[in-house]
Design a protein around this ligand. Sequence first.
Ligand SMILES: C[S@@+](CC[C@H](N)C(=O)[O-])C[C@H]1O[C@@H](n2cnc3c(N)ncnc32)[C@H](O)[C@@H]1O
Length: 387
Amino acid sequence: MKIIAKTLENLEHVLATELEAIGAEDIQILKRAVTYQGDLSILYKSNLLLRTCLRVLVFIKEFPVKNESDLYAEIKDMPWEDYLGVDDTFAIDSIVNSDQFRHANYIALKAKDAIADRFRDKYGKRPSVDVKSPDLKINVHIRQNIVTISLDSSGSSLHMRGYRKNHVDAPLNEVLAAGLILLSGWDKKSPLIDPMCGSGTILCEAAMIASNRPPQKINRNFTFMKWKNFNSELYEQVCNDAVNGIIHSNLPPISGEDKIKSAVQAAMVNITEAGLSDLITVEQNDFFYHDDAQNTTLIFNPPYDARLKEDDVTDFYKHIGDKLKMSFKNCTAWIISGHLDALKHVGLRPSSKKALLNGEIPSLFCKYEMYEGSKKEKWKQRVHHED
Ligand SMILES: C[S@@+](CC[C@H](N)C(=O)[O-])C[C@H]1O[C@@H](n2cnc3c(N)ncnc32)[C@H](O)[C@@H]1O
């Protein structure tokens, strides 16, 4: 099968690395998506195990069209009875990126009519539409005049892991949080802190990564389970392998802090819901009063709140930089922020900067390495040690 995994902008390479690890073949990077070849086992693993994937589609047909009548005829001509019974339900998701075709809803309507008419002509009866919980979710994608038809094997977006029961303002998307941890190259052995943890998304994703837990619950309902070719034994095998692969010992300390009590409570609820209470500690604390730490990775997204006045934001980021220099020697801090100006006030030179989108907000994910003493001394020590 040709499979398409969708992701967030600039996480394509991270997703490709995850795909390699599960055995996908012929991996090709597109914009916000990665395509690859795989069998049913790879399809099941993609849904259950990929941390930076939003949705997994199975490609079925691609064709050029001149107008809506062409689109209708091509779709009507496809053997939909291989995928759907007359008593099943279906829904169409359409994405249109074309100068010629502009209205995604109209395209979805045309595709729906084509499928319904095919069934009516053949069987005198047609499957009905159910947008909430269809048996078959069909994806119609138009780029200029090229139509790609695929089947959505996931159902609801895979960023919804199911553990977020409590919210704070501006929580990170779970797929983005997992992407940050994988991009950071954290060794999964040294301590990790999110000192402004909000609802605990980074903490949960980090604990799942360190313990090799699947990001999705084993009992999640994926739409591929309703497909005619669903192989429940194979899926059970994939789940068993995933559970057997969970690491239970020698896990790194993962801790979160937030200065607001309700955020700490939200994080605790979510961590418990994710079944990760044994792996993560959370407490109420103001970052600026944090005890000194060594050899620790910090990953966080400070507020860059529209409600804060401009001077307050720059001061806030300057204080973050001062605190990092003072209390986190020999540590690495990664900060994601959409306030690109404020980031300049951290006062440390980032050793890496990655452009990402947090929701619709263009953001930077910056790495700061705090050396004990100057960089030159550190370098001298290393050369001496290697001699
Ligand atoms: C953008 S939110 C973090 C969202 C979080 N990553 C999530 O996914 O839910 C920023 C958090 O920083 C916290 N915060 C702001 N100033 C802080 C400080 N001085 N010390 C600790 N936490 C702070 C806020 O209470 C807020 O929960």
